[in-house]
Design a protein around this ligand. Structure first.
Ligand code: ZN
Ligand code: ZN
Length: 236
């Protein structure tokens, strides 16, 4: 399984918005910076099969109109699946309208909406979900094929998330910090990684004001931890 960190940033920082690309087929999150990062990786209009939106905060979904219309301009004909909260279809339709006066029906390819929850199969992957504690409803996702990736999205860890991440080859977790009750931190992410017995932990979505010592302290709890950079790719 190949995981590209298109972006590792929070909403208002100097890194691209947090977004992952799995096997160049599954896009997890689509913030305002995501299309640019896909372009930088040279991802073609037919490569992405599914876009997952964990929750409706701008840094996670406001890139959808540009992505959908860029696919149109680049000649996409293949159907696309959008997976996320129940409101995602209405929100996407509204966003297309507000931003470019367009609608889903005008796209030359089909967009299918799936609601995140439970467990579902997509291509050769098994997708499963768990809620986190965030300021709006948010769902972490596990993508399992030959390997297992868990993306913890925004929010403080929950017991369900510990189960979801169990024995993952890679856990990508936010470490926003700053003491917010509706966010995780490097330390909470490290404790989650340890309890879930994952192989590696990537810390993303770090607050722009976070002290580096917080990451060092987290490493004392879970050693196999790293902070990826925008556009870093690794094979898990
Ligand atoms: Zn965010
Ligand atoms: Zn958020």
């Amino acid at each position: 399984m190949r995981v590209s960190f298109l972006g590792v940033g929070e909403a208002f920082g100097a890194s691209a918005n947090t977004s992952l690309l799995v096997d160049r087929r599954l896009l997890l999150e689509c913030g305002p910076h995501t299309l640019l990062q896909l372009r930088r990786l040279g991802v073609g209009p037919d490569e992405v099969e599914l876009v997952y939106i964990s929750h409706l905060h701008g840094d996670h979904f406001l890139g959808l109109p540009a992505l959908l219309l860029a696919f149109r301009e680049d000649g996409r004909r293949k159907a696309l699946t959008l997976l996320g909260p129940g409101e995602l279809e209405n929100v996407t339709e509204e966003l297309l309208h507000i931003s470019y006066g367009k609608s889903l029906g005008e796209l030359p390819y089909k967009v299918r909406f799936l609601r995140a929850g439970g467990e579902l199969g997509f291509m050769n992957y098994r997708l499963s979900f768990a809620p986190t504690r965030h300021s709006v409803p948010a769902m972490a996702i596990s993508v399992a094929g030959k390997k297992k990736l868990t993306y913890a999205c925004d929010g403080a860890p929950t017991e369900e998330l510990v189960g979801l991440a169990s024995h993952a080859d890679l856990l990508v977790a936010e470490g926003y910090g700053g003491g917010a009750a509706t966010h995780s931190s490097p330390l909470l992410a490290a404790q989650l990684a340890r309890r879930a017995k994952v192989r590696r932990l990537a810390l993303v979505h770090l607050w722009r004001g976070l002290a580096e010592e917080e990451v060092d302290r987290a490493r004392e709890v879970f050693e196999n931890l790293f902070v990826p950079a925008d556009l870093e790719t690794l094979e898990i």
